[in-house]
Design a protein around this ligand. Structure first.
Ligand code: ADP
Ligand code: MG
Length: 395
């Protein structure tokens, strides 16, 4: 458990907070203990405690190194994209705590998407976040020795093991028997996933690439539950799965999660057409605006001499896009049939809608996984998705 006495002394000395303190546990995940601490004058901060086990289960060990890594990457990201990540007040390795600003005034994006809320600037903000945190941490933009030092600090053994298993292995092989989906989709899952050699091969390629391509400083778990938002700003948080990996993984994760919300909204009477249009455009624009930023800033941002030519610039972007489509597929699939489902899917009560939504998501993820090496156009994916929605609705 957290050592409140020692923490209180730090809060007094470092943050000038005043006793008595009130601790409220606000964490809702499976991994860490997260508290809001309020002092006598109403000043607050957030404490994320990374115990050496997962939340509420002391037998399931998990290295506290994730806490150090979260602190490290947030500090680095802040330097790259000031204002789009929470401010860290301090980190204490012995107490295993990360103390940061309270973002309680913001909303979490996935809750807002469940209410079909529109955020006008989100596409631009996300594209900028992706460009700055991902492209600027590649070998093209960083000195070789510095990049290796940063990548070394982000070796994240325990958390990468979780991603490798839950994203790539389990959804395809169901070795632990934890996949779940509507009975009606059992045949589809068997034919299109468990016994589909193309999907098995592509997933093996994507997993191997995930493990070995130290391209960019990744957030590592970039879903809509890792984003605080309001009308004007985003704050991307919870990067404890960070490591140096293929940037298409982060891009694919956020786009894949938005696609899930999009398909869910197509089956909800509460979502308005204006919302669905906004979300469709946002998904396209995140990638398009990312590519625009890349094309506009490449010459200025790249310091690697061998990369300073048009042919390489195009080759490198092509590979980012391919990867993004592949990881979009693995993310949609694992969030649909794997054990860590998104709340949007878990919360659907209507069984018929639920199996229809699952079917569409399985179909599109299989398409993405099978074809990622040839795919270039997000517009094509969104059109295909809309066709699939219409087909399933028409029975
Ligand atoms: P875990 O990885 O253990 O799920 P998170 O970092 O996702 O931990 O935090 C869990 C929850 O705590 C978040 O979903 C959010 O509701 C709340 N939370 C986390 N960080 C902050 C913050 N800086 N300000 C306000 N609430 C926060
Ligand atoms: Mg987390």
């Amino acid at each position: 458990m957290i050592d409140k006495n020692k923490i209180n002394t730090k809060l007094i000395n470092i943050l000038n907070m005043k006793e008595p303190f009130n601790y409220t546990e606000i964490g809702d995940g499976n991994v860490n203990y997260v508290y809001r601490v309020k002092d006598v004058g109403g000043k607050t901060c957030i404490i994320k405690y990374g115990a050496d086990h997962i939340r509420n289960n002391e037998k399931r060990k998990l290295s506290s190194d994730r806490n150090r890594i979260e602190h490290y990457i947030l500090t680095k990201q802040r330097a790259l994209i000031n204002g789009m990540v929470p401010e860290i007040y301090f980190y204490d390795e012995t107490l295993k705590i990360l103390v940061m600003e309270d973002l309680g005034e913001y909303k979490i994006l996935w809750n807002e998407l469940e209410k079909y809320k529109i955020f006008t600037f989100f596409d631009e903000q996300m594209a900028l976040f992706l460009y700055n945190t991902l492209f600027k941490t590649t070998d093209l933009c960083m000195k070789s020795d510095e990049k290796k030092r940063v990548a070394g600090k982000l070796i994240n053994v325990d958390m990468c093991e979780i991603s490798e298993r839950l994203v790539f292995t389990e959804p395809i092989f169901n070795k632990e028997g934890l996949n779940s989906f509507a009975e009606k989709n059992a045949g589809l899952v068997k034919n299109k996933i468990y016994t589909n050699e193309k999907v098995i091969l592509s997933t093996a390629k994507l997993k191997e690439h995930f493990k070995n391509y130290s391209q960019s400083m990744l957030h590592g778990d970039l879903h809509t539950g890792s984003i605080f938002i309001n009308e004007y700003e985003i704050k991307v948080f919870d990067p404890e799965f960070s490591f140096y990996g293929p940037m298409g993984y982060d891009i694919g994760n956020i786009l894949g999660n938005l696609i899930i919300s999009y398909v869910v909204s197509a089956f909800s009477e509460k979502s308005e057409l204006s919302y669905r249009k906004w979300l469709n455009t946002t998904i396209r624009n995140i990638l398009i605006k990312f590519m625009d930023l890349y094309n506009k800033n490449y010459d200025e941002d790249v310091i690697e001499v061998t990369a300073k030519n048009e042919a390489f610039k195009k080759y490198y972007l092509d590979n980012i896009i391919k990867d993004s489509f592949g990881y979009m597929g693995t993310e949609i699939l694992r969030r649909t049939i794997g054990m860590a489902k998104v709340p949007q899917l878990k919360n659907i009560n209507d069984n018929k809608n639920k199996s229809s939504i699952e079917k569409i998501l399985i179909e599109i993820s299989v398409y993405l996984i099978e074809n990622f090496e040839q795919l270039r156009d997000i517009g094509h994916i969104m059109e295909k998705l809309d066709e699939e929605i219409v087909n399933v609705k028409n029975g």
